[in-house]
Design a protein around this ligand. Structure first.
Ligand SMILES: [Zn+2]
Length: 276
């Protein structure tokens, strides 16, 4: 009897330890420990109050309209690659404060469902940047690429209600990581599918080997955007790129002062494509 009680107690203790361990593991996986506050209110409610990470949020899915293209208009398309990350919410806050819409070329990151939704709910464009961002895998072959690409599409479909019609290749469409013929077949297949891919004609340099500080990022954007009416600016949304976040308000103010308006990217609008 005593042995039975002892065994039961041990089992209960083991169970409690296991539960605690899985909870800790889960916490660690929560989109880099981000805490997003989402509401339980019905359809179209804003992200506001109750902490509820993996709970479904009701959102109104509206297909994005293609903006009217105007050659003479000065337009800047801010793009953020590789997220979501622990910086995404701050980036979204800055964009909201400045009343700017941008484009997020996302990968898959576990337990970030609410962040993808918030990007979409805030009115920014979301593009497919592949599921894994693993160059050695995705640029191995056309089938390897689309297996990875489609995996992210399925995920996004389940989270935001649609698969994006815009994308960006990790490294760009002329990436040295992929063989030239592979890039050509990939771009061809995307066109067949009606998907538009976007490269860039301006950047802040936050992906350069040596990390640039806030002021260097601002200078790089100013330098690479000179004398261009339409700008697709490459930046990154990742945990290690705090200086990108720090420089963002001034970069936005700079473009505003130069007479640019801000727009999310859309299929059929302005585009930069290195590999045709
Ligand atoms: Zn990337």
């Amino acid at each position: 009897m005593i042995n039975f009680r002892l065994a039961t107690t041990l089992l209960v203790l083991l169970f409690i330890i296991l539960i605690g361990f899985s909870y800790k593991t889960l916490e660690e996986k929560l989109c880099n420990n981000l805490v997003l506050y989402v509401s339980n209110e019905p359809l179209n409610s804003k992200v506001t109050s109750i902490r509820s990470f993996n709970q479904a949020v009701n959102i109104n899915i509206t297909p994005r309209k293609t903006p009217v293209y105007n050659e003479s208009l000065k337009v800047v398309y801010l793009t953020f690659d590789d997220g979501p990350s622990q910086n995404t919410l701050t980036i979204l806050d800055i964009l909201k404060e400045k009343n700017v819409k941008g484009t997020f070329f996302v990968n898959y990151h576990p337990n970030c469902d609410a962040i993808y939704k918030k990007i979409h709910e805030d009115g920014h464009a979301i593009g497919n940047h592949t599921y894994s961002h693993d160059f050695s895998r995705i640029y191995q072959s056309e089938s390897a690429f689309f297996e990875d690409y489609d995996k992210l599409n399925s995920y996004l479909q389940s989270i935001i209600g649609f698969a994006p019609d815009i994308m960006r290749f990790p490294g760009g469409s002329n990436t040295g990581y992929g063989k030239n013929d592979i890039m050509k077949s990939l771009t061809k297949e995307l066109k067949t599918r009606g998907i538009e891919y976007f490269d860039w004609n301006s950047l802040n340099g936050d992906a350069e080997g040596q990390a640039l500080n806030r002021n260097q990022l601002i200078e790089k954007v100013k330098h690479t955007s000179l004398n261009k009416n339409k700008l697709i600016v490459l930046m990154h949304d990742s945990n290690t790129k705090q200086s990108t976040v720090d420089s963002l308000p001034e970069i936005i103010d700079y473009f505003s002062s130069q007479g640019y308006i801000f727009s999310p990217l859309a299929k059929g609008g302005f585009s930069i494509q290195y590999t045709k």
